[in-house]
Design a protein around this ligand. Structure first.
Ligand SMILES: [Zn+2]
Length: 649
C-alpha cells in the first residue's frame, strides 16, 4: 500500500519558505522532492504500434540523441523483442542484471552494461532511426523507464563508447581547440552554460544556458513533445511484512475487491501471536516474497466482506513505523481522551488555550538524518489531516534545528575505533554540570564540536571559580556604590543578561557561556580589589548559569537567598535587563550633595550638555530627593558630563 505523497510534492516544496528550519534540512528536502521542469517526448517504435515516452530535463541538446535505452525491468521489453531474433540473449541478459542488482555489489551506474533489442525508434527531430538498447543504468520507476541518450550525458557517453554506438555532439566550447576535442569525442561535454549550439538551425550559435525555455517551446510547436514537470519524490510505500505495527485496515473480497474496514470497526488491533518473526529472507530486489507474520493466522485474516457479507480476507501487512512517528506529537495533548486521537476542530481541546500553546510545535530539535523521512512524512501527514479538516494547521513544526555532531580529538566516534566518550567517567571526575556545560560550550549547537580532555578541564576550572566566588561572598550585602568600577559592573550585568537571554533563544549556547565567563571575570576582579560585592551581581550570574550548570547554581542559590522555606532556582524568575544601561554614548553623571555621593543617572551625550535637564533628572532620583528635602540649595555646580553637586546649608 502506498500513500500518495507525490500529490503533495509542490506544497511540500513551496511551504518550505514559510517555516524556520535549519537550512541543510530544507536543502535535503528540496533535493529529495527534486522538482524538474522539462519536456515529455513521444516517438514511435519502427514496425510496431508502440510509442515511447521519455522525460528530458535537459532538452537543449535534443538534436544530439543517437540512441534510446530502456530499463531491464520494463514490462514493455518482452513485447519489444518479439520476433527480432534477439529474444534469447536479451532474456539471459535481463536475468543476469537482476541477479547483479540483487547483490548490490556491482556499480551498474558507473560500469553500465547493456544489450541491443533489435528495435529502432523513429526519431523525427533528426529524421533518423535510432537503436533501442537495454541498459543497466535505466531505472524502471524513474520517469517513464525510457531514456533518450546523447553525447552530452556522461553515462550515455560511457555506454556508447563501450558498445560502439554512434554519438553526435551538437554543442561545443567556444575555444576552437576544445571544440575539436568534443567533436572527436575525446570527452563528454555537458551542462555548459556557455556551450554553443550547432543544431537545430533555429538555435545555431546560441548559448546552452540561455535557450532552455526557447527549446522547450520549439519542441512543443513542432509536436515532438510537451512541457512537463517531474519529481524525484516517489509515493510512500507503507506496507511492511513484519509483526510490530498497526495492521493496515483493508479487506479483500473476491467479488467486491478491496474494501476499507468500516469506521465503526476501527482500529484493527494487532493480535497477540507467538511466531512474530517474518517468514522468508528479505533481500532488496531479489524478488523473493516475504510472508508477513499475520499471514499465518487465519483467525486474524478470515473475515466478512463489509460490502456483500461474504467470505473475505484481511490485509496482513502492517504499516511502516514512520507512519506512527509522523503524528505522535499530536497525541500528547489528548492523552486524557480515549475517544479522540488528537486535537480536532470543534473538540474541547482544539479550542483550548492549551492547543494554541503547544501546537503546532514551536521548536523541534533533532538529527539531520531525519531530514527526508520523519520530517517529510510528518509534514505530509499534517497537511493531509489539515485538508481533511481534522486539524487546523498544516505545518507541524514552525522551527526546526538540527544538532551537530560531536567528534573526539578530531575523529568521528565509533565503537570499532574505541574512541567513544562514555559520559559516566567524566561525570564521576568533573561532575554532571561540568560535562553538561562543556558539551554546550565546545562548539555551535548546529555544528557540534571536538571533545577534548583539555577542554573539559578548562570548564571544570570555570565551574570551580564560580563556586568559590559566590560561596565566599554569600553574606556580603553591603553597598558597593562609590567604588570606581561599580557602574561598569552594573552595565556589564545588564549587558550579560541581554546577551545570554538572546543567545539561549538562538540556541547559541557556546556564546552564552562565553558571556558568562567574561561577566564572572569582571565580578572576580572587582571582588579581588575591594573584597566586597553586592549579592545581586552574583545572583544574576547563577540565575543565568542555571540552565547550563543546574546543580551548582541550585546550591549557590540556596546560600544566597538564605530562605527558611526551600524555593528552587529553577522556579525563580529569569533576570531582566534595563535598557538604560545599554544606551550607546551614554554617560554617567554622579550626583553629590555637599560633595557626598548620593546617586547617579545615566544620560546620552546630548543631554549631558543641558544643565537644567540634568538637574531635573537628578532631583527625581529617590536618594537625592530624600537628602534635598526641606533643604535650601545655595548653589549647584555642574561639571559637564561628570558631576553635579548641590551645595546646601
Ligand atoms: Zn464482497
Amino acid at each position: 500500500w502506498f500513500f500518495r505523497i507525490t500529490k503533495y510534492a509542490d506544497r511540500l516544496l513551496s511551504n518550505l519558505t514559510q517555516i524556520d528550519w535549519s537550512e541543510k534540512v530544507k536543502i535535503a528536502q528540496k533535493q529529495w522532492i527534486r522538482k524538474s521542469e522539462g519536456i515529455n517526448l513521444r516517438f514511435k517504435v519502427k514496425d510496431m504500434d508502440i510509442y515511447f515516452e521519455m522525460f528530458d530535463s535537459v532538452p537543449q541538446t535534443f538534436m544530439a540523441q543517437t540512441f534510446t535505452v530502456i530499463a531491464p525491468e520494463h514490462p514493455m521489453v518482452h513485447e519489444l523483442i518479439k520476433s527480432t531474433g534477439h529474444e534469447k540473449p536479451v532474456i539471459e541478459f535481463i536475468a543476469k542484471i537482476k541477479k547483479k542488482k540483487a547483490t548490490n555489489k556491482y556499480d551498474l551506474e558507473k560500469k553500465p552494461e547493456g544489450i541491443f533489442t533489435g528495435r529502432y525508434l523513429e526519431y523525427t527531430p533528426t529524421g533518423k532511426l535510432i537503436p533501442i538498447w537495454i541498459a543497466s543504468y535505466a531505472i524502471y520507476g524513474y520517469g517513464t523507464g525510457v531514456v533518450n541518450c546523447s553525447a552530452h550525458d556522461e553515462r550515455d557517453f560511457i555506454f556508447a563508447k563501450k558498445y560502439g554506438i554512434p554519438l553526435h555532439p551538437v554543442m561545443f566550447p567556444q575555444d576552437p581547440a576544445e571544440a575539436k576535442k568534443v567533436k572527436n569525442l575525446e570527452y563528454c561535454y555537458h551542462h555548459a552554460e556557455n556551450g554553443v549550439l550547432q543544431e537545430p538551425v533555429e538555435f545555431k550559435g546560441r548559448k546552452w544556458g540561455e535557450v532552455r525555455l526557447g527549446v522547450i517551446e520549439f519542441i512543443g510547436k513542432k509536436g515532438y513533445g510537451e512541457k512537463s514537470v517531474h519529481y524525484h519524490l516517489r509515493d510512500w510505500l507503507i506496507s511492511r511484512q513484519r509483526y510490530w505495527g498497526p495492521p493496515i485496515p483493508m479487506i479483500n473480497c473476491e467479488k467486491c475487491g478491496w474494501q476499507p474496514v468500516p469506521e465503526k470497526d476501527l482500529p484493527v488491533k494487532l493480535p497477540y501471536i507467538e511466531d512474530y518473526k517474518p517468514l522468508g529472507i528479505h533481500s532488496a530486489g531479489s524478488g523473493q516474497a516475504v510472508k508477513a507474520p499475520l499471514a499465518s493466522h487465519p483467525e486474524f485474516y478470515k473475515t466478512k466482506c463489509p460490502k456483500c457479507g461474504g467470505e473475505a480476507k484481511r490485509e496482513t501487512d502492517v504499516s511502516d513505523t514512520f507512519l506512527d512517528s509522523s503524528w505522535y506529537f499530536l497525541r500528547y495533548l489528548a492523552t486524557d481522551w480515549n475517544d479522540i486521537p488528537f486535537p480536532m476542530p470543534k473538540s474541547k481541546i482544539e479550542n483550548s488555550a492549551q492547543r494554541a500553546a503547544w501546537l503546532p510545535v514551536n521548536m523541534y530539535i533533532g538529527g539531520a538524518e531525519h531530514s527526508v523521512l520523519h520530517l517529510l512524512y510528518s509534514r505530509f501527514i499534517t497537511m493531509v489531516l489539515h485538508d481533511l479538516k481534522i486539524i487546523s494547521f498544516e505545518e507541524p513544526f514552525t522551527h526546526f534545528r538540527a544538532h551537530g555532531l560531536i567528534v573526539k580529538n578530531g575523529a568521528k566516534m565509533s565503537k570499532s575505533k574505541g574512541n567513544i566518550v562514555v559520559p559516566d567517567a567524566y561525570v564521576k571526575k568533573f561532575g554532571a554540570d561540568t560535562l553538561r556545560a562543556y558539551l554546550m560550550f565546545m562548539g555551535p549547537f548546529g555544528q557540534g564540536g571536538d571533545f577534548r580532555d583539555t577542554g573539559i578541564e578548562g570548564m571544570y576550572r570555570f565551574v570551580r571559580r564560580v563556586w568559590s566566588l559566590v560561596s565566599s561572598i554569600k553574606y556580603q550585602v553591603s553597598s558597593i556604590e562609590g567604588k570606581d568600577e561599580s557602574l561598569e559592573l552594573e552595565r556589564s550585568m545588564h549587558k550579560t543578561i541581554k546577551s545570554v537571554t538572546e543567545d539561549i533563544k538562538n540556541l547559541s549556547y557556546n556564546t552564552a557561556i562565553a558571556h558568562l565567563m567574561e561577566y564572572h571575570n569582571e565580578l572576580s576582579a572587582f571582588y579581588t580589589k575591594y573584597k566586597i560585592l553586592n549579592t545581586k551581581y552574583c545572583k544574576t550570574l547563577i540565575l543565568l548559569l542555571a540552565p547550563f550548570a543546574p546543580h551548582l547554581s541550585e546550591e549557590l542559590y540556596q546560600l544566597l537567598v538564605n530562605k527558611k522555606e526551600f524555593s528552587s532556582i529553577h522556579l525563580a524568575s529569569w533576570p531582566k535587563f534595563d535598557p538604560k544601561f545599554l544606551i550607546k554614548n551614554e554617560m554617567v553623571i554622579v550626583a553629590q550633595i555637599n560633595g557626598k555621593l548620593r546617586g547617579n543617572i545615566m544620560v546620552d551625550s546630548a543631554t549631558s550638555k543641558n544643565k537644567a535637564k540634568i538637574e531635573e533628572l537628578v532631583r527625581k532620583d529617590g536618594n537625592v530627593a530624600k537628602h534635598l528635602e526641606g533643604k535650601a540649595i545655595k548653589k549647584i555646580i555642574y561639571v559637564e558630563g561628570k558631576v553635579i553637586n548641590f551645595v546646601i546649608a
